[in-house]
Design a protein around this ligand. Structure first.
Ligand SMILES: Cc1cc2nc3c(=O)[nH]c(=O)nc-3n(C[C@H](O)[C@H](O)[C@H](O)COP(=O)(O)OP(=O)(O)OC[C@H]3O[C@@H](n4cnc5c(N)ncnc54)[C@H](O)[C@@H]3O)c2cc1C
Length: 370
């Protein structure tokens, strides 16, 4: 059964006709057709409403066509450049984002600025037509392989902390950038430390006005929260929720009353998380902002992912202690990889406590935190 509008909906027929004409589309063809980010305005997307997005997602999936894999570029950097960039900046960066030819990273977090991101200390000082940047970033996913980065830096040290920040696009090949890989307990490497020493960024790589970076950072973070809340049990990586439940069945979770109780609880959680996902889709279809529902779903789904992976590990018994830790473990030992990676879920994209603060304030009407 198709998701959303019926099988003979004219918009569906149009997408299918395009797929018939392009049975194995290249990333560039997909980008030029507007099918990579259909909700973006033309010419980058199709200005699609959520219903048309559902149709396109569904038809691409049925045809076995995958979009370019460029999560940070398409998910977070692109929408912010669209919101705050000039037409020249759109032209310069959006094509390489959409067709996946340029990988992007996000240089926001610092050793002393994570949840309280606005206290970041990396400085950008104006020097003619350039800014000179000095500071340190951390947890920069894929910085070691990215062509471009989105960077927050302080341009006014005297202003209140949210008002002295600017938003830049950084060419990762610029002299003065040192990226040091961090090996995670999975044995793999997503993260890096990024050191910036007298890095020169041209003024035309600033997005939006000087000191207006916090407004644009909120655009990036809002997109990050919704996409991480929708991604599945491990943010769309590793085994899916359904695969986990199937693995639990295979390991005999139904045969012992204690396991059965635990499994039933996980199944109920999984169903509730799916229903919250439907609620988000429904809000989008009506043209509403899903608001704090994305935080509720993320808060539940991240802990659920940890519980699921924990139960698989427990049922594996002593053999589960021999799990592989290597840079390939995500493919070769997804259960051990998922168990170890799941610890990151409640930290990245806004910690579980921060999501609870949002729910407390925006859903329960509790007083704002000081
Ligand atoms: C998988 C993953 C990928 C990431 N990728 C990137 C990336 O690409 N680029 C990037 O810039 N960063 C990235 N990060 C970093 C991430 O944004 C930060 O880890 C996150 O914002 C938390 O910051 P912190 O680690 O400094 O913890 P802190 O903010 O220091 O928090 C420490 C503890 O205090 C709690 N806490 C903090 N403030 C409050 C509060 N107000 N109320 C209640 N409790 C609070 C937290 O919940 C946490 O338990 C990534 C992180 C992960 C896990």
């Amino acid at each position: 059964m198709p998701v959303g509008p019926p099988i003979d909906d004219p918009r569906r027929v149009e997408v299918r006709a395009w797929l018939d004409a392009h049975p194995s589309p290249t990333p560039r063809q997909l980008a030029e057709a507007g099918y990579v980010a259909p909700h973006w305005p033309e010419p980058w997307g199709l200005g699609a409403d959520p219903e048309l997005q559902l149709i396109i997602d569904d038809e691409l999936a049925r045809a076995g066509v995958e979009r370019p894999d460029n999560a940070i570029g398409i998910g977070w950097a692109g929408p912010t450049i669209l919101a705050g960039g000039t037409p020249e900046q759109h032209q310069r960066w959006l094509p390489g984002i959409l067709d996946g030819s340029d990988e992007w990273c996000q240089l926001f977090s610092e050793p002393e600025a994570g949840s309280d991101l606005a206290s970041l200390r990396t400085r950008a000082e104006r020097d003619g037509d350039e800014y000179v940047v000095n500071g340190q970033k951390i947890w920069s996913t894929w910085a070691n392989r990215s062509r471009w980065g989105i960077l927050l830096a302080r341009t006014d040290r005297t202003a209140p902390k949210h008002r002295g920040i600017s938003y830049f696009v950084l060419d990762m090949a610029t002299p003065g950038i040192e990226v040091r890989e961090i090996i995670e307990m999975t044995g793999g490497n997503h993260f890096n430390e990024t050191f910036l020493t007298d890095v020169r960024i041209p003024v035309d790589c600033r997005i939006g006005a000087e000191n207006d970076g916090w407004r644009l950072a909120k655009v990036t973070l809002g997109n990050e929260r919704v996409s991480l809340s929708e991604g599945g049990v491990l943010w769309g990586m590793g085994p899916t929720s359904a695969a986990c439940l199937a693995e639990l069945r295979r390991l005999g979770a139904g045969s012992d009353p204690r396991h059965r109780q635990r499994y039933a609880r996980l199944h109920i959680e999984s169903t509730i998380i799916d229903l919250l996902g439907d609620k988000i889709t429904d809000a989008l279809l009506r043209g509403d902002d899903p608001g704090p529902v994305a935080s509720i779903r993320k808060a539940l789904a991240d802990v659920h992912g940890q519980r699921l992976m924990g139960m698989v590990k427990d049922l594996q018994g002593a053999g589960g202690m021999l799990g592989e830790q290597s840079e390939h473990a995500e493919e070769t030992d997804p259960w051990n990889w998922g168990f170890l990676f799941s610890r990151a879920l409640t930290i990245g994209g806004g910690t579980n406590e921060v999501q609870r603060n949002i729910i407390g304030e925006r859903v329960l009407g509790l007083p704002r935190e000081p």
